[in-house]
Write a protein that binds this ligand. Structure first.
Ligand code: NAD
Length: 290
């Protein structure tokens, strides 16, 4: 991990080096469920506050707004790390290529910094996500996706890629928060130098009333959201909490002048409920294709 970004006006978020040599800001903003008409303003506000990483996806249907917000903010394109993810309905190779072209067009950019397979969909497409992954390798080789990764891949899905001798994803973006540590996937990723991106890092608000989280927050004079996000950062995860409320965007960005000690980290990790803690679908049987 390198120290902080030195761009003017940027939050001092550490950058994590990916195994392909590129770097990713450890903190970003997510735009899942941001209504398309509100997305440009949300992204512009986040960039003005100092976020330099936006986590988007084709299925969020707001990529035009992400591009518009970036341009309105005046922050140079090269200073912002942009992620997109392949729509579930576009896994067939030609569909994936066409969908990626549309993403670049909607974002108004000639490359994304990171492109992910959003879901493995093992019960669709005859269980074949390898040929989809091969398209992402092509996109990376063309330079239009600087880095490529996956999302919601379980250990057995990652092992399909490994056994095929395919490129290893640089990240795996999975559900992860204090109630669902997703330990098997995290361990596999750690061993294979795959960075974990934690989606729903505060469980869409579901962990903020936990008495342990509140107790640690009171001890540090911080909010529950800040404590949980700080726990993620100190655990090595990349996070991009979503909010359309400017004061919460500020709050979620103010993470770099305090620390959890070892026992506070352990108390939060001990909240894990295993599979019962999942808030989203299980990737083994999730089969939504739109
Ligand atoms: P989140 O854990 O970031 O929670 C967001 C919700 O928490 C907001 O709607 C808001 O109501 C509340 N909130 C935010 N900041 C708060 C604060 N400071 N205090 C109190 N409440 C606060 O959940 P999320 O949006 O599901 O996840 C974040 C991002 O992860 C998404 O926007 C998206 O980019 C990504 N994601 C990816 C996948 C995937 O399948 N790859 C799935 C879900 C989310």
């Amino acid at each position: 991990m390198t120290d902080t970004t030195s761009q003017a006006g940027a939050l001092p978020a550490p950058r994590i080096r990916l195994h392909d040599g590129h770097e990713i800001p450890q903190l970003g903003v997510g735009v899942y469920q941001v209504p398309p008409p509100d997305t440009a303003e949300n992204v512009e506000t986040a960039l003005r506050i100092g976020y330099r990483h936006v986590d988007g996806a084709q299925m969020y249907e707001n990529e035009t707004g992400v591009g518009e917000g970036l341009r309105r903010s005046g922050v140079p394109r090269e200073d912002v790390f942009l992620t997109s993810k392949l729509a579930n309905g576009a896994h067939r190779p030609d569909d994936a290529r066409a969908a990626f072209d549309r993403t670049l067009e909607q974002l108004g950019t000639d490359h994304v910094d990171l492109f992910l397979v959003h879901w493995p969909l093992p019960t669709r497409y005859d269980g074949d996500f390898l040929s989809t992954w091969r398209v992402l390798e092509e996109l990376r080789d063309s330079g239009r996706a600087r880095s490529i990764g996956v999302s919601n891949f379980q250990v057995e899905h990652l092992e399909v890629l490994a056994r095929a001798g395919a490129s290893m994803p640089v990240v795996n973006q999975v559900e992860c928060h204090p109630y669902f540590l997703n330990d098997d996937v995290r361990s596999w990723c750690r061993e294979h130098d795959v960075v974990v991106e934690a989606w729903s890092p505060i469980a869409q608000g579901g962990v903020l009333d936990d008495p342990v989280v509140r107790d640690v927050a009171d001890a540090l004079g911080r909010t529950p959201a800040q404590v949980v996000l700080r726990w993620h950062l100190q655990s090595g995860h990349v996070v991009f909490p979503k909010s359309v409320t400017p004061s919460r965007l500020e709050e979620n960005g103010a993470l770099f002048d305090f620390e959890l000690d070892e026992s506070q980290m352990a108390r939060i990790s001990d909240l894990d409920k295993g599979e019962d803690g999942r808030t989203g679908p299980n990737p083994d049987d999730f089969d939504y294709v739109g």
